[in-house]
Design a protein around this ligand. Structure first.
Ligand SMILES: [Zn+2]
Length: 90
């Protein structure tokens, strides 16, 4: 990750990071330009998920399945069966 000095625009160095939560990190930076030497803090925050982690997809599927009515679960299995048949015949 590249941080730029907010005063001179040069590449800044990250001196320390303080992970306040897993979604919020405070980053302490310094500008290496001796004429500037600006030291400053920036906040890095989680914004949003673009694609769920492969590590949680199975859990999400189980939770979704558990929320379905019995009829929806039956329909889901029928759909899986049709999909499996389609793949075999393709
Ligand atoms: Zn600077």
């Amino acid at each position: 990750m590249r941080i730029y000095c907010t005063v001179c625009g040069g590449k800044a160095l990250i001196r320390k990071r303080n992970e306040l939560t897993k979604d919020f990190v405070k980053i302490y930076c310094v500008c290496p330009d001796p004429e500037c030497a600006h030291s400053f803090a920036m906040d890095l925050t989680f914004s949003h998920t673009l694609k769920p982690s492969g590590k949680v997809v199975e859990q999400l599927m189980l939770e979704r399945f558990a929320d379905m009515s019995n009829a929806q679960q039956t329909d889901f299995f029928a759909l899986l069966g049709r999909e499996a048949d389609r793949r075999v015949s393709a």
